[in-house]
Design a protein around this ligand. Sequence first.
Ligand code: NAP
Length: 450
Amino acid sequence: MTPPPMLDGPHVAPAPLRVALLGLGTVGREVARGLLTCGSRLEQAANGREVRLVAVADREPARFEGLDLRDVERVDDGARLIGRPEIDVVVELIGGVETAGRLVAAALEAGHAVVTANKALLARHGADLERLARAHGTALRFEAAVGGAIPVLAPLAGDLAANRIDAVRGILNGSTNYVLTSMTEDGAAYEDVVAQAKTLGFLEADPRVDLEGRDAVDKLAVLIRLAFGVWPDVTAIRRAPPALDGRAQDHAKDHAKGDGPPGVTGVTAALIEAARRENLVIKLVAYAARGDDGRIAAWVLPVAVPAHDPLARTDGPENRIEIVGEPVGRVAFVGQGAGGAPTSSAVLGDLLAIARGEGSTWAGLPQAPTLAPDRLVDGMDAPRRWLTCDQTGGGGDKGGNADNGGGADNGGNADTGGGAITDRATIDELRARLGAARPGAVLFPVLEGS
Ligand SMILES: NC(=O)c1ccc[n+]([C@@H]2O[C@H](COP(=O)([O-])OP(=O)(O)OC[C@H]3O[C@@H](n4cnc5c(N)ncnc54)[C@H](OP(=O)(O)O)[C@@H]3O)[C@@H](O)[C@H]2O)c1
C-alpha cells in the first residue's frame, strides 16, 4: 500500500490582508472598531489569515478619537493611501460620487482590491468600475451597498446563480419606510414624521436622496446588475407615480412632466387613509422584472400593498428584498437596511471574502454591459388597478419644489373625492375617462402578484 504523501515542512501562516480604510463616519468607525477588536474571530473566519487595519483616512482629525489606532497610520486624505505597496485592500466609506469614484478607480488601477458600500457610485459608474476591476484582475465587493446588513448580493450572485431570475422587489430604504410606517400607525403628518426622522439621524444630509426615492433606485440598479446581468441607466428608472391629467407640475428638476411628486413626497394622510379603507398599506416599493422580450421593467414608487403581503408588514427602518426565480420560487431577505454597526457586518464580510480569495461580488457571473436605453421600461402601460388620490399637500418643503400642483393644506389633505380604487385599466384609459374631472389627482399602483 502506498503511504500518504508527506506534508512538507511546518505550517506557514498566510500573509496578513492589509486594509486601508477611507472614511471614519457612521459606517467606517464601526468597521474600524470591528477590525481593531475582533481580530481573532475575523482571522478564524478568513482561514487563519489575519485581516489587519494598517491605515485610516478622514478629513476630520476628531474622527480618529476613541479608536485604538496606535499601530495604524492616519492621514487626512484617502488619496494618500492609494497605490502604496503595503496596502492590499482599500475600503471606501467616504460616500458621494466624484471623489469616491476617483479613489475607487485609482485603487483598482493600482491593483488594490476594493470594498465599498457606495450605492450612489455603483449605480452611476458600476459598469466602468466593473470593467476596471476585471481588466486589472482585482476584486470589487459591495455587499453593504444594498440592504445594509442584509446579505443579499453575494447570495444572488452565488447561491442563486443556477436560477433564471424573473423579478426582484422590496423595500430598500429604511428612512422612507420609517416615515410611512409612522404616518400609517400613528396618523402622524408627513412634515412631523420627516422632522422626527431627521432628528433620529434616519435621513441623509440631503433628505431628498431618501424622500424622492433616489437612494432606493440606486440600490435597485445594483440589484438589477446582479439579477439580470446589465447595468441600467439609474436616472431613467421611474420614481414618480403618473398624474391622472398627464399635465401635472414638474415636481423635481430631473423628473418628467406628467408625473406626480417623486418618492414619498406626495404621500398624504388622505392617501394613507384611503388605502386603509381598502385594506391596503402605502409602501415605497422597488421593483424590477425581466420580460419575455428581454426588456427590464423597473420602478421605485409609492404603491398600495395588500395588507396581507409581507411587504405591507415590513415596518420602520427594516428592509425586505425578495428574489423570484426558477427553480427557487420566491426567497426573501429581511433585516436592518442601515446603521453603522449593522452595515459594518456586510463590509467586514466582504473583507473576509477577499482574504479567502473569493473575488468580486459578481462571483462567476459574466461581465455586465450597460443596458441599452430602449431595453429599460417602467411597465406602467399595462392595465392594473390604481388608487387615485387628489393631490397634494402632504409634503410642505418636499425637497425644494414649492409648487405641488394642487391644494396646499400640508399634511391635512382632506379627502376631496380622492381615494378610490379603479377597475383594471391603463393610464391612458383612466386619463381619457377621469383626467379632466380630477386635475391634480395622482395614480398609485395597487401591487399585484410579483
Ligand atoms: N450610514 C449607513 O447606515 C449606510 C448604510 C449602507 C451604506 N452606506 C454607505 O456607506 C458610505 C459611508 O456612509 P456613512 O454614513 O458612514 O458616511 P459619513 O458618516 O458621512 O462618513 C464619511 C466620512 O468620510 C470622510 N471623508 C469624506 N471625504 C474624504 C476623503 N477624501 N478622505 C478622507 N475622508 C473623507 C467624511 O468627512 P467629512 O464629514 O468632513 O465630509 C466623513 O467623516 C456611503 O456611501 C453610504 O451610502 C451607509
